[in-house]
Design a protein around this ligand. Structure first.
Ligand code: CO
Length: 327
C-alpha cells in the first residue's frame, strides 16, 4: 500500500484532457510545446499558466524601470457617479501603491466624446493613455480594469493596449472583478453586507449589464450563488441579456416580497441605473415591478462605491504587480 501511488487516469479522463488541451492550444491560450496533460491535475497545472502572464515588450537592456498603473473603466457621463465610483477606485489604487503613478482610461468612446462636448472634459481612451505613459517615460504598465466580467469590453481593452506591447518593457493585466470563484464569493458577501438591513420578507433585485459574450453565464451563476449562500431573497438579472426581467418576475411572483429594493450591479450608478432601472418610463424595472403590484425603492449606488468591491480590485492589481515584479 504505497502512499505515493497515483491513480491511473481513466481512458475517458485522458481523452477529455487531451481534447480540452488541443482546443486551448488552437485558441492560442496555451502553448502546444507544453507537455500534453494526461489527467485533470496536469491539465489544471497547464491552465494555471493562462493566468494573465505579463506581456514582454521590446529589448530594454539596463534602462531604468518606471512602473505605472493604468485604471481602465467603461466610463460614465454622470459626474456624481464618476467621483463616487471611478475616482474612489483610482484613489484606492493610489493608496495601495503610493510609489506608482495612476493613469486613467475609459473605453467608451461615446461617453468620452459626450463629456468633451458638454463639459470640455477630456478623458483618455486606452490608446491615448498608452501614448501618455510612453511620453512620461513609463516602461512597465500594470493595467487594472474595473470591468465586471471578462467580456467584450475587457477583450477590446486588452487588444488596444497590446498594440503598444513593443513600446514598453512589459504590460501586465489585472483581472476583471468577477474572475475566480473566490471573487464571486467575496462579491456575494459584499452585496449581502451592504444590504444587511434587508428583511426576510423583502427582496433585493440587482440589475447587471449583461453581454452577448459567453462570459454572461457568470450572472446566472451568481444569482444561484446568492441563494446558495443563504440569501434566497437576493436576485440578479441583466438589462441586456439573460437572466432578464422576465426571469426575475417569475421568481418574484412566487416569493411575493413585501417590498422590492432595486440596485445596480454595475461599477457606476449611471445611465442604466437611472433610466432602465429607476426611470419613470413604461419599461423601466421600477415601473414594471410596480405594475405587478410591488412596492419598490431604488438605491442609486454603484458597486464601485462599496469599499469591499474596491478592495477586491486592489487585490487583483496586487496580483498583477506580483507577476510584473518577477520579471
Ligand atoms: Co449598456
Amino acid at each position: 500500500m504505497g502512499e505515493n501511488v497515483t491513480q491511473e487516469p481513466s481512458r475517458r479522463e485522458q481523452t477529455a484532457c487531451l481534447r480540452i488541451f488541443e482546443c486551448l492550444c488552437g485558441k492560442g491560450l496555451l502553448s502546444s510545446s507544453l507537455p500534453v496533460p494526461r489527467n485533470l491535475e496536469e491539465l489544471e497545472a497547464a491552465l494555471e499558466q493562462i493566468q494573465e502572464r505579463p506581456y514582454r515588450g521590446g529589448a530594454w537592456g539596463n534602462k531604468e524601470r518606471k512602473q505605472a498603473i493604468l485604471a481602465v473603466s467603461f466610463g460614465t457621463s454622470f459626474e456624481e457617479a464618476r467621483v463616487a465610483a471611478i475616482e474612489a477606485i483610482e484613489k484606492d489604487f493610489a493608496a495601495a501603491f503610493p510609489e506608482l503613478p495612476v493613469y486613467r482610461a475609459w473605453t467608451s468612446g461615446m461617453i468620452r466624446r459626450k463629456l468633451l462636448r458638454t463639459e470640455g472634459l477630456a478623458i483618455d481612451g486606452v490608446t491615448e493613455a498608452m501614448e501618455r505613459m510612453l511620453r512620461d517615460g513609463v516602461t512597465d504598465v500594470l493595467v487594472q480594469p474595473t470591468h465586471i466580467v471578462n467580456g467584450v469590453e475587457n477583450d477590446q481593452m486588452k487588444a488596444d493596449a497590446l498594440a503598444w506591447q513593443e513600446s514598453f518593457r512589459s504590460l501586465t493585466f489585472g483581472t476583471p472583478l468577477l474572475t475566480s470563484q473566490e471573487d464571486c464569493r467575496l462579491v456575494v458577501e459584499a452585496v449581502a453586507e451592504e444590504f444587511s438591513g434587508l428583511k426576510k420578507e423583502e427582496a433585493l433585485v440587482l440589475m447587471g449589464h449583461g453581454t452577448t459574450h459567453y462570459a454572461n453565464s457568470v450572472y446566472a451563476a451568481l444569482d444561484y450563488q446568492f441563494k446558495d449562500s443563504g440569501y434566497p431573497n437576493i436576485h440578479l438579472g441583466t438589462v441586456e441579456a439573460y437572466p432578464s426581467m422576465e426571469s426575475l418576475l417569475n421568481q418574484l411572483r412566487e416569493a411575493r416580497p413585501s417590498r422590492v429594493v432595486l440596485a445596480p450591479f454595475m461599477i457606476v450608478a449611471g445611465d442604466h441605473a437611472r433610466n432602465d432601472m429607476a426611470g419613470e418610463e413604461e419599461d423601466s424595472w421600477k415601473h414594471r415591478l410596480e405594475k405587478e403590484g410591488f412596492s419598490v425603492s431604488c438605491v442609486l449606488k454603484g458597486l464601485g462605491e462599496y469599499p469591499a468591491v474596491r478592495q477586491l480590485l486592489v487585490r487583483h492589481l496586487r496580483d498583477a504587480k506580483g507577476q510584473a515584479d518577477e520579471l
